[in-house]
Design a protein around this ligand. Structure first.
Ligand SMILES: *Cc1c(COP(=O)(O)O)cnc(C)c1O
Length: 220
């Protein structure tokens, strides 16, 4: 039986220094999150606003929180005071709201466009055309309290390695294209957030710079 620290110690050598580990703490108790923190981890991810705002005040202030779930515009105000990165941007409307709330809190919030790469119907996100449409208006450049730092995507939940690989490659192709088309003079567009407990090794091989891992760390 492995504990959290052992799980983390086993995982860390697999993650290259240019790849950031986001520990997904959704549905985990404060005590278990504190164990991960005590082992040195500072980046955590949550996918529900209610859970994040319940946990955040009770945990150390230097945790870098990544929001990774579907975000409704009317809930942005609850996380804007502290959230570090919002990885799940799927509309210009949402970006505008984050900009407004970031200004109100006198901060800049890093954002990532969530891109739909899976063959499953259930995954949220933008397809390439929608992402281009969002960026092509240029309006995001006038939003001074948000910064678009990259793309996030989730592969199909499947044992089919070739399919997962294909989806991650697609995300990398999209990243390179959007980077060239809209961020040629923005050195801050650098991140590809992809890879979870079941597929992070493939994700890293295919160019991920941020892996989001939950169950592999918290499992007994
Ligand atoms: C839950 C979740 C993860 C982590 O999944 P595991 O399989 O537990 O590692 C990563 N990304 C998102 C968006 C999630 O909701």
């Amino acid at each position: 039986m492995m504990n959290i620290k052992e799980n983390l110690d086993a995982l860390r050598p697999e993650i290259p220094s240019n790849v950031k580990l986001i520990v997904v703490s959704k549905m985990q108790s404060l005590q278990r999150i504190r164990e991960v923190y005590a082992a040195g981890q500072r980046r955590f991810g949550e996918n529900r606003v209610q859970d994040l705002i319940a946990k955040q005040p009770l945990l150390p202030i230097d945790i870098e929180w990544h929001f990774i779930g579907h975000l409704q515009t009317n809930k942005v105000k609850f996380i804007a005071p502290f959230v570090h990165v919002i990885q799940s941007i799927d509309s210009l409307k949402l970006l505008r709201e984050i900009d407004k709330e970031a200004l109100r809190n006198n901060r800049i919030i890093d954002c990532m466009l969530q891109i739909y790469i899976a063959t499953e119907e259930t995954k949220f996100g933008l397809d390439l055309t929608e992402a281009r449409n969002l960026l092509a208006s240029g309006e995001f450049r006038a939003l001074h309290y948000i910064r678009i730092i990259g793309l996030m995507g989730m592969a199909t939940y499947t044992p089919d390695v070739a399919l997962i690989q294909k989806e991650f490659r697609t995300l990398k192709v999209y990243f390179d294209a959007l980077s060239k088309e809209y961020f040629a003079d923005d050195p801050g567009f650098t991140e590809i957030s992809t890879g979870m407990s079941g597929d992070y090794r493939i994700a890293i091989e295919e160019g991920s710079t941020m892996v989001r891992i939950g169950s592999k760390i918290f499992q007994e």
